[in-house]
Design a protein around this ligand. Structure first.
Ligand SMILES: Cc1cc2nc3c(=O)[nH]c(=O)nc-3n(C[C@H](O)[C@H](O)[C@H](O)COP(=O)(O)OP(=O)(O)OC[C@H]3O[C@@H](n4cnc5c(N)ncnc54)[C@H](O)[C@@H]3O)c2cc1C
Ligand code: HEM
Length: 370
């Protein structure tokens, strides 16, 4: 371990047990010294659910060589423009962070520790700022909701049209804000269709308990409402040079990026077999099965295998979708796309590794709460 990461780990151990106090101090210090920054953050903020400090600490602890994470940090910086972050804010956040750590580090906190946090933060912040400065796009696009359909009490499929042409690749995701109901709260959602000439985007969203943004997207927005979307991110996209057959594994609304990928293949594919495994707990939660079956009837290269894990009356496959994939195959020569909850993605990656699928052929997005 190099000296910088040793100092970061040692010093974090001094404050780790007091994360809530550190966070409380950080936000109080940030907003007292710079009241204008309060408007960048969600209206309702409680320390457990506030994201910035947790995200910075996690980045500093995991990114030991910023060169390796250059693309990620540049796109994080680009994406931060959606919060209306300006270059001068970076030092203000760093100063509040250092003060919160110093205040809680106790007697063993040292200048060497402080310098380590400063250096690590500055290396990351420089890459984020470079990414933001190089981006010719607007910080976000406003998009009008065109259609909104509740497929189950918790799942909605909706479409919207961004105000300007929006360029992305099938399989990517975007940050979404619902300014009318949850201003300044951004969450990521996968785009569920391949790019269209009409500039229309489709989303599939599941409301998570008391979840703020997903609740608004499923239960509140209506045609005519305006939402905001930030620049596309993610690399779960088709390799145009690959000729291998494709296996897609979707759990619940993890179907969204998979459907976009099928949509793109539908434009040009004649030769690649595509198997889609679509899993949910019950038949009702297979909320888009009719549309998938219609695609399978239209395209001879497409096979759809639905599966339910908690619905014994369901006539298709029974069990977790990760286990169902293993019953088919062999899968040695395929490109894989996997999307869904982090538990579902983890289980599927484990199955694929047991089936000796080379990890380089597997692309995935886990719908964790970032
Ligand atoms: C790359 C990526 C792509 C994604 N694509 C999709 C997609 O296409 N479709 C989709 O449906 N989702 C997708 N997600 C998930 C999505 O980004 C959100 O995480 C999800 O919608 C929950 O956001 P929220 O604001 O509704 O919940 P939050 O308010 O952030 O809450 C998160 C969780 O905490 C729980 N919670 C609520 N209140 C509290 C409280 N007071 N204390 C503690 N916990 C609480 C909520 O019930 C919820 O389970 C994706 C995620 C990623 C990372
Ligand atoms: C090293 C520097 C920084 C890193 C690594 C970082 C990282 C992150 C990450 C990963 C998130 C969560 C992702 C998301 O919600 O889209 C986030 C959220 C956020 N960041 Fe940053 N950030 C940094 C600096 C800043 C600065 C200087 C500001 C300006 C004040 C800022 C403002 C925000 C805001 C407002 C949020 C959302 C907070 C919330 O919803 O609770 N960030 N940051």
């Amino acid at each position: 371990m190099d000296n910088l990461s040793r100092l970061l780990k040692e010093s974090w151990a001094l404050v780790e047990d007091q994360q809530e106090e550190v966070a409380g101090y950080f936000y109080a210090r940030l907003f007292l010294s710079n009241p204008e920054l309060r408007d960048l953050f969600p209206v309702q903020m409680n320390v457990q659910r506030a994201r910035l400090l947790k995200a910075i600490v996690r980045s500093i602890q995991t990114i030991d060589s910023p060169e390796q994470f250059d693309d990620y940090l540049r796109s994080l910086g680009r994406d931060h423009r959606k919060f209306l972050v300006e270059p001068r804010h970076y030092d203000l956040v760093r100063d509040a962070l250092l003060e919160a750590l110093r205040e809680h580090g106790g007697e063993r906190w040292s200048l060497a520790y402080e310098q380590a946090w400063r250096d690590a933060y500055d290396m990351i912040a420089a890459r984020m700022q470079a990414g933001a400065a190089d981006d010719p796009n607007p910080p976000f696009w406003e998009a009008v909701v065109l259609t909104h359909e509740r497929r189950t009490p918790d799942i909605a499929v909706f479409t919207c049209r961004p105000e300007y042409p929006f360029t992305y690749r099938a399989g990517q995701y975007v940050s979404v804000e619902v300014p009318r109901y949850q201003p300044r709260l951004w969450r990521t959602y996968s785009i569920a269709n391949a790019p269209t000439e009409e500039n229309v985007l489709e989303f599939h969203v599941r409301a998570h308990g008391a979840g703020w943004v997903s609740g608004a997207l499923v239960r509140r927005i209506q045609p005519g409402d305006v939402i905001r979307i930030a620049a596309p991110m993610g690399s779960m996209t088709l390799d145009p040079t690959s000729t291998r057959d494709v296996v897609c594994v979707a759990g619940g609304t993890g179907l969204a990026p998979i459907k976009a990928i099928i949509g793109e293949l539908a434009r040009y594919n004649r030769t690649r077999w595509v198997h889609v495994f679509f899993g949910a707990r019950t038949r009702d939660e297979l909320y888009d099965l009719e549309a998938l079956n219609a695609l399978a009837a239209q395209y001879p290269w497409l096979t759809v295998v639905p599966a339910c894990s908690e619905d014994p009356d369901f006539a298709g496959e029974q069990g977790l979708v990760s286990d169902v994939v293993a019953r088919y195959g062999p899968w040695h020569e395929h490109d894989f796309f996997v999307a869904g909850s982090s538990a579902m993605v983890k289980a599927t990656l484990r199955t694929l590794s047991e089936l000796q699928v080379p990890s380089i052929r597997v692309k995935y997005d886990a719908f964790t709460d970032s």
